[in-house]
Design a protein around this ligand. Structure first.
Ligand code: CMP
Length: 139
């Protein structure tokens, strides 16, 4: 499988808890190369746009309110088979079900505040990366 990219965000609660540095270290230790990174904050409107695919879900308002509640770290990561490799690495959506040692198990607080987002497909990885980063932001 050729190298490809995935997109991640360190969510507001993990940033607030002071786990940003540990999570970035863990991402690097996992062999993911950082192609772009930004410390930023989503407006509620931006969060609703980013998570629009979930707009019919009962948790949409709560999730988008939470994701705009404080600073986040957005990043583009590169690795062989990046989308699946990162999903495996961060663990199950619900930290309670995530494997021991995974990012969500270590740093997640709840299914909503599950420490990090990870793209679910190559197509969405590109859409999500372009949501945050201009071409000139990539290294
Ligand atoms: P994320 O990878 O950011 O993508 C969508 C998010 O929706 C997911 O992580 C969870 O934080 C959130 N989510 C998924 N299912 C639920 C749920 N049942 N209740 C609350 N939030 C959820």
């Amino acid at each position: 499988m050729s190298k490809n990219i995935t997109f991640t965000m360190i969510k507001p609660k993990a940033v607030e808890n002071g786990d940003m540095g540990n999570i970035i270290t863990k991402i690097i230790e996992g062999g993911f190369k950082i192609r772009a990174m930004k410390y930023t904050r989503l407006s509620e409107e931006e969060a609703r746009q980013f998570y629009a695919v979930h707009k019919e879900r009962p948790f949409y308002d709560s999730l988008t309110g939470f994701m705009s509640s404080g600073p986040i770290v957005a990043a583009v990561l590169e690795k062989d088979n990046a989308v699946q490799a990162y999903r495996d690495y961060i663990g199950a959506t619900n930290p309670a079900d995530a494997a021991e040692g995974s990012i969500r198990k270590l740093y997640g607080s709840s299914i909503e505040a599950n420490a990090v987002h990870g793209s679910d497909s190559d197509e969405n990885a590109i859409i999500e990366s372009k949501f945050f980063f201009a071409d000139r932001d990539w290294v």
